[in-house]
Structure formats: C-alpha cells, structure tokens
Write a protein of this length. Structure first.
Length: 260
C-alpha cells in the first residue's frame, strides 16, 4: 500500500536480516506497521502488526475479513475532505465514512501518501490517476500477502508492542523478533503528532538488553546502536520537510550494539 515512508522498495534488503533471527515459535512484531510493506513479505505464521493509527488498523482488519475490492476505485475531493475532518475529531460515520474507509483514504488517496496530506488529484498532463494506481497497488499487495489470514492487526502504541514482545521473550519463552520503522527524525510526522525520539531509543535499548531482537530503520541512531545495512535513497514526497524538494539520504538498518 502507498504509505508515507514506505519500505516497499527496500524490503528485499531488510527482510533477510529479520528472517535469519526468526526461530520456530517466535512472534514477528511490527510496532509501526503502517502500509504493511515489510510485514506482507515475511513468510511467517505468527505475525502481529501494531499501529497507533486505529483507522489504518481498522482498514487492515477489514481487508483481512473481506478484501480491498470493497474500496471504491475513486474518491471525490468532497468525500476526501469530509473524512479528513472526521479524522481530526477522531470520529467516523458508520454508514457513509466507516473507520476502515478513512484508514484507506487517509494515505492511499493523499498527496505523497502522507496522512490526509492533500487530495491526490488526477494529473491531466501526465494522464496519471493516482487514486486508481493506489487501489491497483493495494489489490496486488493483498494477492501476494504472506499469511494474511493468520496475521493479527492491533491498534496501540509502539510502547505496548515492545512490552508484549518482551513478554513473549521473557515470560512466555516463545521469543519475538521486532522490526521498527518509526517516524524519522527531521521528517514530517504521522497522524499522531510529535514523536519522542529519545524515549523511543531508550525503550529499544531497554528491551534489547532484556533479550528482544529489535531492528530499526532510520537515517541516524545513537552511538550505542550499530548500522548493519545502508543504501542511498531519496526522501519520499510525503516525508520531506522541504516542500517538493527531495533530498538524497542514506537509509540504514540498526540493532542495539550489545546484541552482537
């Protein structure tokens, strides 16, 4: 699914590191599941996608129960902005604008695929229908989604996801492997406002010391985290803080250094 900060283009490089750590009985957990562009490609039986954006989680649970064909292939600008206003108030209209539809429209029908970042107009000059392209992309993703019916989608904070990963590891003894794709520092935030990066790294550090294997995507990390993979890329149009200007960055994958 089109999603601000999506890892769809680099998932194939990240996944081998994750798969290598998964052992029989482990849970695979993504605390920032978003558009599921890594989770959908992980061929594992016990997968859990968490996200603080409950609209997005409602969308994935709807897709799991039904499919994406129930979403319209076109959304009017009027409907788009009506749903945006509902999302600002954390509301929905069960009959006209249900939560799962708001979750879909908020990203897939937005400029740069960032949460209600502006209506994605049809580009007459290039004859590009971005909303239809997003629908087709999601349809293809669902058809290739690994173990969709066995995947759990949970609304909640990354803090709670990490807490449960620790329970699986140190209480249940099943173990857990976690992949975090948080809002990047110095880029646009997501639906839920400011993100406390210091708190995030401290919690990852804490649970890593307790034995939870955690991978983190970011451009930079504190000194006690080790970069295990990197690749040059450009900012997505929905994530850059510099308007339409895209800047070259180095995408990196980190682990806590004491894990190695």
């Amino acid at each position: 699914m089109r999603y601000s900060g999506s890892k769809a283009k680099i998932a194939k490089y990240i996944i081998p590191f994750i798969i290598k750590e998964l052992k029989p009985g482990n849970a695979y957990i993504e605390p920032f599941v978003g558009g599921c562009n890594v989770l959908d490609k992980i061929d594992w039986g016990w997968k859990i996608g968490w996200d603080l954006n409950h609209y997005v989680i409602s969308m994935w649970n709807w897709i799991k129960a039904v499919n994406c064909n129930s979403f319209p292939k076109h959304i009017s600008e009027e409907d788009y902005y009506a749903m945006k206003e509902l999302s600002k108030k954390d509301l929905c209209d069960k009959n006209k604008y249900p939560r799962h539809l708001i979750g879909y429209v908020g990203n897939a029908c937005s400029y740069g695929s960032a949460w209600f970042n502006g209506y994605a107009h049809y580009n007459k000059r290039k004859k590009e229908d971005h909303i239809l392209e997003a629908w087709n992309g999601l349809d293809k993703q669902i058809k290739n989604f690994k173990n969709l019916k066995q995947t759990c989608f949970v609304p909640g904070s990354y803090e709670r996801a990490l807490y449960w990963a620790n329970l699986y590891t140190n209480v249940g003894k099943q173990g857990a492997v976690v992949y975090c794709d948080p809002p990047y520092q110095n880029t646009k935030g997501y639906k839920n406002g400011d993100f406390d990066h210091d708190k995030f790294w401290e919690l990852v550090r804490h649970y890593s010391k307790l034995g939870v294997k955690i991978f983190i995507s970011e451009y930079n990390a504190p000194d006690d985290f080790k970069c295990i993979w990197s690749m040059e890329k450009k900012d997505g149009m929905g994530t850059t803080t510099f308007g339409c200007k895209q800047n070259t960055k180095i995408e990196k994958l980190f682990v806590y250094n004491d894990q190695n």
